[in-house]
Design a protein around this ligand. Structure first.
Ligand SMILES: NC(=O)c1ccc[n+]([C@@H]2O[C@H](COP(=O)([O-])OP(=O)(O)OC[C@H]3O[C@@H](n4cnc5c(N)ncnc54)[C@H](OP(=O)(O)O)[C@@H]3O)[C@@H](O)[C@H]2O)c1
Length: 333
């Protein structure tokens, strides 16, 4: 369970934590970025801290502040099972400190997070150092960039993957009919989305957050098998497209909206992930064009517009010439 926004409060969150624990949720994710969340969580857990896995983060560019954040959280929880560098902020210094804490047995696993798919290449570089045990990234049917490089690399390196923001980006807007939801073996659309994510074998844990009683139980039920097979996952994607919350129809090959026209980054933001090796190679090639890509795109667009204007002028001119000919040589009859 996440704590962003929902635990930044002086209100007592014991009832939500009680419900989460009885529903089988035992991993809680927090950060100093979430205001009072770490303290509110520690208070709500009380004597049940040992039943849980605490995942939290260091979020500061200052090494001295980073040490203070760690001392504070170790006072609250005794130790931290999963300690992450939040959004890669000064990751070189903060990861070194977390590794030292791991060496002292105060931390079990170290990792890094990023909320922005634009930073996934940097995240992959840090993953390749071999120093991380896990990562945390956003992923849902409208936020699928992690499928492209991050998940395959995490699987190759054997890293744990926590998914955040499973219910954001409007995925819950305009849900399908109850019968369509029931066909997935769940009772709510939120459960269908959560199960769709959890059914990706590369995902270790889905973090959702709530302050609403009843929702911890609802969300936890999506964590029970049976998992969706690939047909069911594809069917849910199709459904999100049909009801208007998916951006790119599943299965659509990107050439329909060619990267050179629409822009490679934009395509990724739309959730496109290559389905074939050759598509991956093309995207890699485009990546290597780097900043030149946008210039190429504008030149292509300007060229296309000029060609369109020339053809239209020629057609209009032809019509005018025919009209003029008809006027001087009237058609008989
Ligand atoms: N860079 C990072 O590392 C990063 C970035 C973002 C998040 N995170 C972590 O990941 C956690 C999860 O992400 P998130 O907070 O974006 O979670 P989320 O579950 O995707 O979104 C939470 C929102 O969804 C609502 N919600 C939850 N369950 C629902 C349900 N069954 N039906 C309808 N609405 C529901 C909640 O409203 P109510 O409270 O009203 O129920 C809340 O507004 C965060 O809390 C944080 O710990 C990390």
């Amino acid at each position: 369970m996440g704590t962003w926004q929902t635990f930044d409060t002086t209100a007592d969150r014991t009832p939500i934590v009680d419900e989460a624990l009885s529903a089988g949720i035992n991993l809680f994710d927090s950060s100093p970025m979430y205001g009072r969340a770490e303290d509110t969580l520690a208070k709500a857990l009380g004597g049940r801290r040992d039943e849980t896995i605490i995942a939290t983060k260091i979020w500061t560019s200052s090494p001295a502040d980073g040490r203070q954040q760690a001392e504070h959280v170790l006072r609250l929880f005794g130790r931290v099972e999963i300690y992450q560098v939040h959004n890669l902020v000064n990751w070189t210094a903060q990861l070194k400190m977390l590794e030292a804490l791991k060496g002292e047995g105060k931390v079990v696993a170290v990792g890094a997070t990023h909320y922005d798919p634009g930073a996934f290449d940097d995240l992959c570089d840090v993953m390749r150092t071999g120093r991380l045990d896990m990562i945390q990234v956003p992923y849902n049917p409208r936020r699928r960039e992690a499928e492209r490089r991050v998940f395959p690399l995490a699987a190759e390196l054997g890293l744990g993957v926590l998914v955040h923001s499973p219910l954001r980006n409007g995925v819950l807007d305009n849900p399908p009919s109850p019968d369509e939801i029931k066909a997935f073996g769940v009772t709510t659309w939120a459960q269908a989305i959560l199960k769709w994510i959890a059914s990706d074998l590369r995902v270790s844990c889905v973090l959702s957050a709530t302050k609403t009683p009843g929702r911890p139980t609802e969300n936890a039920q999506a964590g029970d098998p049976p998992w969706f097979d690939s047909d069911q996952r594809e069917r849910l994607l199709r459904l999100t497209w049909e009801i208007g919350i998916g951006d790119v129809p599943p299965g659509v090959v990107p050439y329909l909206v060619h990267p050179w026209v629409i822009g490679n980054d934009r395509l990724r933001a739309l959730g496109w992930a290559p389905r074939h090796d050759n598509e991956e190679a093309i995207v890699d090639g485009l990546d290597s064009l780097g900043p030149r890509l946008s210039r190429v795109r504008w030149v292509a667009l300007a060229g296309g517009a000029a060609a369109g204007a020339a053809v239209t002028a020629w057609l209009l001119g032809r019509r005018w010439r025919r009209g003029a000919r008809r006027a001087t040589h009237p058609i008989p009859g």
